[in-house]
Design a protein around this ligand. Structure first.
Ligand code: IGP
Length: 267
């Protein structure tokens, strides 16, 4: 319906069409999230922008914002992750996951292992990465014998292991994490994932993770705080990946939630 507002502007309203109104609301909430992300310097869009509902004007129809393309590989990974998780969640809702926690392997002390290693060697503790492939370097090692690799890391003095669990882009998996635990590895395990939903943290614990990684460029502060609390309740550690550009070089640091003064250069 077309009507006139007080200032004489033409206003289109969707008389009785509550679905359209709902869509507008969803879009407004999305806009708010974008603003929030902007205010916290988050440049990664967690979901593809679908834009407002279609507007019909006479024979024309238009959208203010079209379904966008990803701006970079991180966005592409996250948009895929979003779909992947919603399917996994359908198959295993959180109440089922919580029951499975009872059968998870006991949590190992991630931060304790880093500190113990430093106390023993006087050198920065090492978190060794279990990564078969990555989008930028492709397959890093063709004959990837998981157990052999992690045992070599442990013998070589690694304090903890960082295990890639994303399959599509890194050829990792949660099965790898389970296999590492079954192999009797003592190093605590960091789940190196793209965490965007608290469900993933519970899932990681059921698969034997002792710590999870949160990415500051992706998650608003409140999500990070909330997820840290979940990790604490599960006895897990949290590392937050923060990237700063210093003199045109990307410097990554990991900040532990437990000890804000504990920083480890990782890459
Ligand atoms: O492409 P490279 O140089 O192998 O690096 C990937 C690196 O960004 C990746 O290991 C990574 C960084 N932060 C993460 C968080 C989750 C999963 C993976 C990552």
């Amino acid at each position: 319906m077309q009507s006139k507002s007080k200032d004489d502007a033409v206003v289109f309203s969707y008389d009785g069409d509550s679905r359209a109104e709902l869509k507008i609301k969803e879009w407004e909430v999305g806009m708010f999230q974008d603003e929030l992300a902007g205010s916290q310097s988050i440049r990664i869009r967690r979901r593809p922008p679908t834009g407002p509902p279609l507007h019909y004007v006479g024979p024309f129809e238009f959208r203010l914002q079209n379904k966008g393309n990803t701006r970079n590989i991180l966005e592409e990974i996250l948009w895929n992750k979003d779909e992947e998780i919603s399917q996994l969640k359908d198959g295993k809702p959180i109440y089922k996951l919580k029951k499975e926690l009872e059968y998870a392997s006991p949590v190992k002390d991630f931060i304790g292992a880093l500190k113990a290693s430093y106390a023993c060697t006087g050198l920065p503790a090492l978190i060794s990465e279990v990564k078969k492939s990555s989008p930028s370097r492709e397959v890093l090692r063709k004959d990837f014998d998981l157990v052999q690799v992690v045992q070599a890391y442990e013998e070589g003095g690694a304090a903890c292991l960082s295990v890639l669990t994303d399959t599509k882009y890194f050829q990792g998996s949660f099965e790898n994490m389970e296999a590492i635990n079954r192999a009797g590895v003592k190093c605590p395990l960091l789940c190196k994932e793209f965490i965007i939903d608290a469900w993933q943290i519970y899932y990681a614990r059921t698969k034997g993770a002792d710590a999870v990684l949160l990415i500051a460029a992706v998650l608003p502060d409140l999500d990070i705080e909330y997820m840290i609390e979940i990790c604490k309740s599960l006895g897990m550690a949290t590392l937050v990946e923060v990237c700063k550009i210093i003199n045109s070089v990307a410097v990554y640091s990991l900040v532990s939630s437990e000890y804000s003064n504990l920083r480890y250069l990782f890459w």
